[in-house]
Design a protein around this ligand. Structure first.
Ligand SMILES: [Zn+2]
Length: 256
């Protein structure tokens, strides 16, 4: 298994380190060539990491999104209120179309599994499918949900499944967790250890979010979220991440 060992500077691989140190080194780090985002619902990958994905695509990376569900339950309340009597199949069709439109604005390819929402259940067969998809794409970086988001079982199940599937696929062990559901970060212990400055691509991210018409609250809510994360790292707008760290970092010396 190709597990990335932590070495001095590894925290700078794709973002701004918490505390704002070594920002120039972070900016100069090469973009991973293949970035995979695994999203429980149609919108999650974009609302939490859309700016980061846009930046990686602009830097020459190939980006892919895997959606585990079409969000017909947990993410479609507004659409169902707007269209009383709409069938579940129609909700799924609309949400899938929106998901792919969103990925297109970002410049990412997509794969919809549509495993069923509310809550997501991962059978051994579904785990095999996910692992095979990861193995085929060979990501150098994987973005997914926060591994401790127990207040939202479908998000939590996605994170745990991605960790396990990455191991099954013998894929990259460089996994970054993005924001939990808005307003829950402090309750589920999500404390960012690095950020990505998305100021230069923020308008493009908003364009991508607007394709998700079934969730009009995303634009105002994530404008606040990204501004707040920007304040935490001294930038206009930022996205926040925690790095999966199965092994602690080892340094020769402490220092700048
Ligand atoms: Zn979600």
């Amino acid at each position: 298994m190709q597990r990335r060992e932590f070495v001095a500077g590894a925290w700078l691989a794709a973002g701004i380190p918490a505390g704002g140190l070594r920002m120039q080194a972070a900016a100069a780090a090469p973009a991973p060539a293949r970035v995979l985002a695994v999203s429980a619902h149609p919108a999650d990958f974009c609302s939490r990491a859309g700016g980061t994905l846009i930046k990686h695509v602009r830097a020459g990376a190939r980006a892919k999104v895997i959606w585990l569900t079409q969000g017909e339950s947990d993410e479609s309340a507004f659409l169902i209120r707007q269209r009383p009597g709409i069938s579940v199949d129609e909700v799924r069709r609309i949400r899938e179309k929106e998901a792919f439109a969103c990925a297109e604005v970002i410049g990412a390819e997509g794969r919809m599994f549509g495993f069923g929402d509310g809550p997501l259940r991962m059978t051994p067969e579904r785990m095999e499918l996910l692992a095979r998809e990861i193995a085929d794409f060979k990501p150098s970086l994987i973005l997914t949900h926060w591994k401790d988001e127990l207040t939202y079982p479908t998000h939590w199940r996605t994170a745990v499944s991605v960790i396990e599937a990455a191991q099954m696929a013998r894929a990259s062990w460089d996994i970054r967790f993005f924001e939990p559901n808005l307003g829950t970060a402090s309750r589920v212990g999500f404390v960012p250890d690095h950020y990505v400055d998305i100021g230069e691509v923020f308008e493009r991210k908003i364009e991508a979010l607007k394709t998700l018409a079934a969730q009009p609250a995303l634009v105002p809510n994530y404008t606040v979220c990204n501004r707040w994360r920007g304040l935490e790292c001294g930038r206009q707008y930022a996205e926040a991440f925690v790095r999966w760290a199965p092994k602690p970092p080892v340094h020769d010396l402490l220092g700048g």
